[in-house]
Write a protein that binds this ligand. Structure first.
Ligand code: ADE
Ligand code: ZN
Length: 329
């Protein structure tokens, strides 16, 4: 079996995926029309031009603007169902998705509308597509901790649906320490914790995520190689880093895929795997991330297998399920 076939056919896990980041242009236009919402794009050509980002913030501006087309429960359902169908196509058997409620509640959309739309689509996917899932609610780090507490109170009412909490949005200037009390309260309420750190921000933010937010995984974490002590810590603890190669290129964290440090991270025995982040904006879903990264970094079949196995190991699936899937790779 060719390496390409191996990647496509293997059962796969996705651990870093923002559901709002799966909003494809076609659905964006359809929802804008359905809800009578103005968007700053006339056609697909316009969109292609706009998706030329210089850094994380330049992407977030467009991403939050586009999310305004999501208004009703059915919109969140349709968005999530479209992603579930992608999972089927990609042979993704388990996904742990992020959603950003504050992006929606801040423009007057009820929290229940957001979570119910997403959850109902995933439950349908579990039944009809055999897709297992966890939902992780992210706090927007450009907002203050007080706003985080308000949204955490909403999440507590939906503890049956929400497995964990995370931290995303504009990283530089918004270190994890800003949210220490909030994450403590989330932990006390039995939410597992993860956080974006070391995407654009310094290794110090990764230390804070580990030591102050008690995270079980770090999202991105590609800046860790700048700090030898941190590399040692990550290698010893095997805290997973959910790396997103195509995202890193689109947001200019690295100039080209050939310059990406994923292989160096593998060589240092870090618990890394490949994810797609915001695939509708960054040019590809999970398989494309794996295929392009394999080519650019000349990864061996064993290295690709390691990435696929690491994803299962780093997931919040129960141990028995992990073992069953890993045997099938
Ligand atoms: N929100 C959506 N995608 C993100 C990313 N890559 N980093 C931070 N926040 C995000
Ligand atoms: Zn992300």
């Amino acid at each position: 079996m060719s390496l390409l076939e191996f990647i496509k056919k293997s059962p796969k896990v996705e651990l870093h995926l923002h559901i709002e980041g799966t909003l494809e242009p076609e659905l964006m236009f359809a929802l804008a029309k359905r809800n009578n919402i103005q968007i700053p794009f006339k056609n697909i050509k316009d969109i292609k031009k706009a998706y030329n980002f210089s850094n994380l913030n330049s992407f977030l501006k467009i991403y939050y603007e586009a999310a305004k087309v999501l208004v009703k429960e059915k919109d969140f359902f349709d968005l999530t169902w479209a992603y579930a169908l992608k999972c089927k196509e990609e042979n993704i058997v388990h996904t742990e998705i992020f959603f950003d409620p504050q992006t929606h509640t801040d423009r007057g959309i009820d929290f229940d509308i957001v979570i119910n739309g997403i959850y109902k689509a995933l439950k349908k996917a579990e039944k009809e597509l055999n897709l297992s899932f966890k939902i992780i609610m992210c706090f927007l780090r450009h907002l203050d901790e007080e706003a985080g507490f308000k949204i955490l109170d909403k999440a507590i009412n939906h503890k049956d649906k929400i497995f964990g909490v995370g931290l995303d949005s504009s990283e530089l200037g918004n270190p994890p320490n800003k949210f220490q009390k909030l994450f403590k309260k989330a932990s006390e309420n039995n939410f597992i914790t993860v956080a974006h750190a070391g995407e654009e921000g310094p290794p110090e933010y990764m230390w804070e995520a580990i030591n102050l937010l008690n995270v079980k995984r770090i999202d991105h974490g590609v800046q860790c190689l700048k700090d030898e002590k941190l590399v040692k810590k990550l290698s010893k603890s095997q805290i997973p880093l959910t790396v997103c190669p195509l995202s890193n290129i689109k947001l200019k964290v690295f100039n080209k895929l050939k310059d990406h440090n994923l292989k160096k991270m593998l060589d240092k025995k870090l618990m890394v795997m490949v994810n797609s982040d915001d695939p509708a904006y960054f040019g590809g879903y999970l398989s494309k991330n794996l295929i392009e990264t394999q080519k650019a970094l000349n990864l061996s079949r064993n290295e690709v297998k390691k990435l696929l196995v690491n994803a299962f190991k780093s997931s919040f699936l129960e141990e028995k399920k992990k073992e069953e899937w890993i045997k099938k790779i």
